[in-house]
Design a protein around this ligand. Structure first.
Ligand code: GAR
Length: 220
């Protein structure tokens, strides 16, 4: 990554290129499918070069295989330690050579050496307007706190939980009769759009990071 220091980084992407994406998931995979649909419909100039699940047999990885994508089930329970599991994930990633690693409901923490190797190339989606409500059950946290607006955040992954520089956010109104389920469902609709929006920006524009701010140049 040229020109990088602790406060700034420049995209290495040539915006004219198709984005090579590795998707990591642990479950349902609706964000993965929305990204896949954006690629097949031509909205996003990209290619999914591998899909990795740490949970065998979950709907996301089953669908990836049905779609003919390179699908890898790397069961964390079959590995003696977190780092051992991660080294297998890294082996697949290094072979697939993605431009970006897309976490789509991947419920595993990444080690700092993993994050360092792929600095500013790992993207996550979180179902709240960060920095509010990081961690698990973000939608329930928002409801319990009583906020009137919540939403979702697409961000680069750094060493802290749900905390890296923000690419895209979308807001969702919290209704008086919302349950965690109804709020989650409306946020999820926005997640699907926000993730695609962030990836389209990465595909079409250069960006730089100043401090915590991700600044996109105009698309060309
Ligand atoms: C999504 O709501 C995503 O924001 C959340 O998991 C769900 C995965 O759904 N991720 C996190 O909470 C990460 N902190 P999906 O499998 O249908 O894409």
């Amino acid at each position: 990554m040229s020109g990088e220091d602790s406060n700034s980084a420049l995209s290495t992407q040539d915006p004219a290129l198709t984005l090579r994406l590795a998707v990591l998931l642990s479950g349902r995979g609706s964000n993965f499918l929305s990204i896949h649909n954006a690629i097949t419909s031509g909205t996003l100039k990209g290619e999914i070069v591998c899909v990795i699940s740490n949970r065998p047999g979950v709907p996301g990885i089953v669908r990836a295989r049905e779609l003919g994508l390179p699908a890898h089930e790397i069961d964390h329970k079959a590995h003696p330690s977190r780092l051992d599991h991660e080294s297998e994930v890294l082996r697949v990633l290094r072979e697939a050579k993605p431009d970006y690693i897309v976490l789509a409901g991947y419920m595993r923490l990444l080690s700092s050496s993993f994050i360092d190797e792929w600095r500013h190339r790992i993207i996550n989606i979180h179902p709240s307007l960060l920095p509010a409500f990081p961690g698990v059950d973000a939608q329930k946290q928002a409801l319990d706190y009583g906020v009137k607006i919540s939403g979702c955040t697409v961000h680069f992954v750094d060493e802290n939980l749900d905390a890296g520089p923000i690419l895209v956010q979308r807001s969702v109104e919290v209704r008086g009769d919302d349950t965690a389920e109804t709020l989650s469902a409306r946020i999820l609709e926005q997640e699907h759009q926000a993730y695609v929006e962030a990836l389209v920006k990465l595909a079409e524009s250069r960006f730089r990071i100043e401090g915590r701010r991700v600044i996109f140049d105009a698309a060309r």
